[in-house]
Design a protein around this ligand. Structure first.
Ligand SMILES: [Zn+2]
Length: 383
């Protein structure tokens, strides 16, 4: 069984197989110098990369002890033998090429520090540096230059590049030399959800570790363990995260914008017969490139209808399970006249199916709104 019982890399949800393999290799003294953590987005590759570095650099037996100087510095991204490369804004060209940090102005430096603080507080925080264009050559060069020096703290040294595909060709070329002959105490972890975008020469010099989508129970356990999520919240989120802990985290932390959009943007104006709002809603997605988001909205609608059907059958809702949402379901059932939910769900899922084809999304939404209008009516509006 996959389990959270493996305490190795305790800060990472699920991924028991990867954890065990890393532990075995390290304890046997067979850890390769270049690792590639790859797999779908949100599966914890970067979190694992960070946790593994803390483990590698802690010199104690019960690593990562969390107490030693190395562990404390590492947590705050202040460890001098740890290099964390993530996409930043490209500074103005400089001839020396090694001092991109010094080229930042005060607000830039401020947001850089803030991103690191957020990351330190939450391993799964998605670092987003404003105006980031990629991992630039200067970052890679600086790391390579340091790799040729000795360790500051006298132990191992570790670099995390995430996402690795944010390196351009120049950067990857520069990295190749390091991968060919890494110093004895130097370890490198590349994180990528698109390894096909990396040079094959880079990939072939790394040992791959595949991060698979998490099971619902792993997601649930992770939400409870890392974010102290309530059983209610876990129940509501775990089935909708598509195996992505990153998505589950976002749903938990930031609420669920697609759901709000489905209920307040689409369903409510239809029930209340507010055609201008419906029109504006559909228009908004006329030129959208984010088809996945529109799908999420449609799935949210389908789940709403399913929950209503379940409640009609005397069962508990399956998706909208937190208190506020359940109350809203109750209100809907009381105040809306509805018929043929099965047909509506069919129409909704049919819309999901055609979304990837070259269709007009606003037209599709308009048609769907007409369909919904046939079946849903607010009681007090009934003539
Ligand atoms: Zn330690």
């Amino acid at each position: 069984m996959e389990s959270e019982a493996v305490d190795f890399l305790a800060g990472v949800a699920g991924q028991g197989e990867v954890k065990r393999r890393l532990q075995r290799l390290t304890e046997a003294g067979k850890l390769p110098h270049a690792l590639l953590f790859y797999g779908p987005k949100g599966t914890g590759k970067e979190a694992a990369g960070l946790e593994f570095g803390r483990y590698l650099l802690c010199g104690r037996e019960n690593a990562p002890c969390g107490q030693c100087k190395s562990c404390r510095m590492y947590r705050n991204f202040e460890h001098p033998d740890f290099y964390y490369l993530f996409p930043i804004k490209r500074p103005k060209k400089d001839k020396e090429g090694y001092d991109w940090e010094d080229k930042m102005n005060e607000p830039e430096l401020e947001s850089y520090r803030r991103e690191l603080q957020n990351k330190a507080a939450d391993l799964y925080y998605p670092v987003h540096y404003p105006g980031a264009s990629g991992i630039i050559l200067d970052q890679v060069r600086r790391m390579i230059q340091r790799s040729s020096l000795t360790s500051y703290m006298g132990g191992r040294r570790y670099a995390l590049i995430s996402p690795a595909e944010a390196m351009n060709d120049e950067s990857q070329n520069a990295l190749l030399k390091l991968l060919e002959e890494p110093p004895d105490d130097f370890y490198l972890c590349l994180v990528s959800s698109r390894p096909e975008a990396l040079f094959t020469t880079v990939v072939s010099r790394c040992q791959g570790f595949y991060f698979k989508p998490l099971s619902e129970s792993e997601i649930g356990a992770g939400l409870q363990r890392h974010y102290q999520a309530s059983a209610e919240a876990v129940q509501s989120i775990k089935g909708r995260a598509d195996g992505s802990f990153g998505k589950a985290r976002q749903l938990f932390k930031e609420g669920d914008p697609a759901r709000e959009e489905a209920l307040d943007g689409f369903l409510l104006p239809i029930v209340m017969e507010r055609p201008v709002e419906i029109y504006n809603f559909c228009r908004k997605y006329e030129k959208t490139v984010n088809k996945a988001y529109v799908k999420d909205i449609l799935f949210s609608l389908d789940q709403w209808l399913k929950d209503i059907s379940l409640m009609d059958a005397g069962l508990a809702p399956q998706y909208y399970t937190d208190k506020v949402k359940t109350e809203r379901l109750e209100r809907f059932r009381k105040e809306v006249i509805y018929s043929n939910l099965a047909e509506l769900r069919q129409a909704t899922l049919a819309a999901v199916d055609i979304i990837d084809r070259n269709i007009y999304i606003d037209m599709m939404l308009t048609n769907l709104a007409v369909e919904y209008g046939k079946h849903l009516k607010w009681k007090r509006l009934k003539k």
